[in-house]
Design a protein around this ligand. Structure first.
Ligand code: FES
Length: 195
């Protein structure tokens, strides 16, 4: 009986010690400190400030630099465009009225032959005649306004002012971009014909 009492006492003491140990460990545990704010601030401090308003002014990740480059690029492009405009002073569209020549152009699909001036794009002249002609950019940068000159290589009959879409072969086959093509001879044109 005496042994059992001692064993029981020991068990009680041990259980208590384990409980206390478990409790102490449980209360002393702490999670790792949250340093995310500190990290963000450090990264932000490493990126130069910009003057751009949100949403472009992304101080983290260097996002502010891209708009700066874009703005610089636009400025450069504007400069180039201005330069082109200045140089464009000698294009076919600048032929003075007293020097303008007219050429007979047959619009095959419309069934009409009209005299077109050589200082106006064929597209504009056709529209002046009341023809419903296809177009999109009006700058020689798509093929929406393309037509086909049936008499031979298109540049034997028109002058292209800054067409950027047709290859040399396509021009040799007679294709033309009517929004930037100025007549320089008589010819027959099929509108709405792209290569
Ligand atoms: S309309 Fe786009 S090239 Fe003529």
């Amino acid at each position: 009986m005496a042994v059992n009492t001692t064993a029981l006492g020991l068990a009680v003491v041990l259980s208590g010690a384990i409980a206390v140990f478990h409790y102490v460990r449980g209360t002393e545990w702490e999670s790792a400190p949250d340093i995310s704010e500190e990290v963000l601030e450090r990264r932000a401090a490493s990126v130069p400030e910009t003057d751009f308003p949100e949403p472009y002014n992304r101080s983290i990740g260097g996002g502010g630099a891209a708009p700066a480059a874009a703005v610089g690029g636009e400025a450069a492009e504007e400069g180039e465009l201005e330069g082109e405009t200045t140089q464009g002073g000698s294009g076919p569209g600048d032929i003075p009225e007293d020097e303008v020549e007219y050429f007979e152009v047959e619009f095959a699909k419309q069934g009409e032959t009209v005299e077109l001036p050589n200082n106006q794009p064929i597209l504009d002249s056709g529209e002046d005649e009341g023809f419903d002609l296809p177009y999109a950019c009006r700058q020689g940068q798509c093929v929406s306004c393309a037509g086909h000159i049936t008499d031979g290589p298109s540049e034997d009959f028109v002058e292209h002012d800054n067409q950027e879409m047709l290859s040399g072969d396509e021009i040799d086959e007679g294709y033309t971009l009517t929004c930037v093509a100025y007549p320089r001879d008589d010819f027959t044109l099929e509108t709405g014909e792209a290569p």
